[in-house]
Design a protein around this ligand. Structure first.
Ligand code: SF4
Length: 197
């Protein structure tokens, strides 16, 4: 059975796809089957009913914020994301997406309205401070355009009233973290610096 929902501690995560426009050097999928004891490689991408059916019965025992994350870029399965988010909002849950910020390139149009409507927090992996470094480490199928598109996507989401956060991992080095801080500040987006696990 494909696993579309998994939990870590008191958080619920939703796994909508294995597709991704990046092939990051540091991707957690490399050499792994899943998270904790849950396999996250899936044979078929789910529709909303299939995701909702896998949510824990005791939903209220978990954190109110439910996260679109998993083994791939969630925005590839946009229709399901949108429908599941509507359902979760109806039952008073909040939502976050962890995304590479390339949704508009993936869909060939501006879908930031759907993301802002669906996701209460939009956590975009900035990863690097320049397009060249981003492409070197993230290897987007869209080439160097990916980084600028990611920045533009963040701005579009912000303009639509979305709560946008950038994240980087401190392993890129102090100088580049500082450059990411400056870039994030220029765009008015908070930057979360994570420690490499
Ligand atoms: S964007 Fe995320 S899922 Fe995609 S390759 Fe990079 S780390 Fe992996």
């Amino acid at each position: 059975m494909d696993n579309y929902v998994y939990t870590i501690g008191n958080k619920i995560y939703i796994n909508l796809t294995n597709r991704c426009s990046n092939n990051c050097d540091f991707c957690i999928r490399q050499g792994r089957q899943g998270m904790q004891n849950t396999t996250l490689w899936i044979k078929n991408e789910p529709d909303a009913d299939e995701v909702i059916a896998q949510l824990p019965q005791n939903l209220d025992d978990f954190d109110d914020e439910i996260v679109f994350c998993g083994f791939g870029e969630p925005t590839y399965n946009l229709e399901t994301l949108d429908e599941v988010a509507s359902y979760l909002h109806c039952i008073d849950k909040t939502t976050r997406i962890n995304t590479n910020g390339q949704a508009n390139l993936i869909h060939g149009q501006d879908v930031s309205d759907v993301i802002v409507e669906s996701c209460d927090v939009i956590n975009i992996s900035l990863n690097e401070c320049t397009a060249e470094k981003y492409q070197q480490h993230c290897k987007s199928i869209f080439g160097k355009d990916a980084f600028d598109a990611l920045l533009e996507f963040a701005q579009l989401c912000k303009r639509r009233g979305g709560k946008v956060v950038f994240s980087v991992v401190d392993s890129i080095g102090k100088d580049d973290v500082e450059k990411c801080q400056q870039l994030a500040k220029k765009l008015g987006v908070p930057l979360r610096v994570r420690t490499k696990e």
